[in-house]
Design a protein around this ligand. Structure first.
Ligand code: CND
Ligand code: ZN
Length: 365
């Protein structure tokens, strides 16, 4: 099968023939329909968190089931599925305590680039590693069956792909991590493919004030369309001052950072009210630090935290988001700015880098 392989950091992906081993127990072979291009893929190319190479990127995808490994139940060949990049073993402390997105096995797979058994099914002579369990910048993959959720025929495969990361993460930050309630005030910093989903989730949740900060006027226009009550051009305006002005000088109940930079994380912490919560969704570089005035903490009772995969319960949340979309409550078509073929993948990353995309999508059919 054809795949786009990362062989060296900060270099273009190379289009190659890669071999796929058959699915092992509990695994399936899938043929991709579409894959979103997420900033987490670009961060990997930039080497912000270096790990062994070669690796096949891509982690936000829809696919068809092609082959079932031994012991797979509940899926059939031909099923249309959305992939989750977080495997949940169902047995570890985190799965049993209601945090399947922090599954010890799943997080280990993200770190090591493997399947649950610590090896991969991708070969080019030697072993090729997975990126975030899915490795969807390829025609096919072998993945754990637990990471595939069947979706109905009415759901277009293009928008199905986006649910796998950007939609689940952005909406999950609001619905699961923050549990935004009607009347809450919210600040969202970074209105890209993930952040825009936090914006529409805040609107669905009934937030009274939804302030969105970005440095790109095109993104701010979509944010307004998606339910932002106020938009801030961070090149010339201060989101912290504006968030306070809109909340009687107190600060917002929740602030979401969806970029992964210390300066904007600090803005979120500054913009929340006493006992408010700042939630970091963006993934920064290893070693990045952010200064917080510790003396103010006991007086402010502010909470600064992060969320992995929007605190999703992967299978269940995919089903709920599909229903929201099919009932016209969640807008996903508008997120797709441009589609590409796999051999245009480096152009897609260039466009993402230039800020041209709400989401770029690789289409395989
Ligand atoms: P994308 O590049 O689409 O969006 C980032 C947005 O931030 C763009 O619209 C930029 O214009 C904007 N921006 C840049 N600088 C500033 C600034 N100073 N102030 C305001 N806005 C600014 O990225 P994405 O939406 O694909 O991903 C966003 C982050 O989320 C990224 O760090 C990615 O790695 C992370 C993420 C996290 C998780 C998770 O599980 N926590 C899952 N997927 C992606
Ligand atoms: Zn992602």
């Amino acid at each position: 099968m054809k795949a786009a392989v990362l062989r060296a950091y900060r270099e273009p992906l190379s289009l190659e023939e890669v071999d796929l081993l058959p699915p092992q127990t509990g695994e399936i072979r899938i043929r991709f329909a579409a894959s979103g291009v997420c900033h987490s893929d670009m961060t990997r190319i930039e080497g912000a968190r270096p790990s062994p190479l070669p690796i096949i990127l891509g982690h936000e995808a829809s696919a068809y089931v092609e082959e079932l490994g031994p012991g797979v139940e509940g899926l059939q060949v031909g099923d249309r599925v959305v992939l989750s990049f977080l495997y949940d073993c169902g047995r570890c402390f985190f799965c049993r305590s209601g945090h399947p997105n922090l599954c010890e096995v799943g997080v280990g797979m993200l770190r090591n680039g493997t399947m649950p058994d610590g090896t991969t099914r991708l070969r080019k002579g030697d072993e090729v590693l997975y990126h975030m369990t899915v490795s969807s910048f390829a025609e096919e993959a072998v993945v754990p069956a637990r990471c595939a959720t069947r979706v109905p025929d009415e759901l277009p495969m293009d928008v199905a792909a986006l649910i796998g990361c950007g939609v689940l993460t952005g909406t999950g930050a609001v619905f699961n991590a923050a549990r935004v309630s009607p009347g809450d005030s919210v600040l969202i910093i970074g209105a890209g493919g993930v952040g825009l989903n936090a914006v529409q989730a805040a609107a669905i949740a009934g937030a009274s004030v939804i302030v969105v900060s970005d440095i790109n006027p095109d993104k701010l226009a979509i944010a307004r369309d998606f339910g932002a009550t106020h938009v801030v051009d961070a090149r010339t305006e201060d989101p912290v001052a504006i968030a306070r002005d809109l909340t009687h000088g107190r600060g917002v109940d929740f602030a979401f950072e969806v970029i992964g930079r210390p300066a904007t994380i600090r803005q979120c912490h500054d913009a929340i009210r006493p006992a408010g919560t700042a939630i970091v969704v963006g993934v920064g570089e290893v070693g990045d630090c952010c200064e917080i005035d510790t003396a103010s903490l006991p007086f402010s009772e502010k909470v600064l935290t992060g969320t992995l995969y929007g605190g999703a319960r992967p299978g269940l949340d995919v089903e709920r988001l599909v229903d929201l979309y099919l009932n016209d409550r969640l807008r996903l078509d508008e997120l797709i700015t441009r589609t590409y073929r796999l051999d245009q993948i480096n152009e897609a990353f260039h466009d993402l880098h230039e800020g041209r995309l709400a989401r770029g999508l690789i289409r395989y059919e």
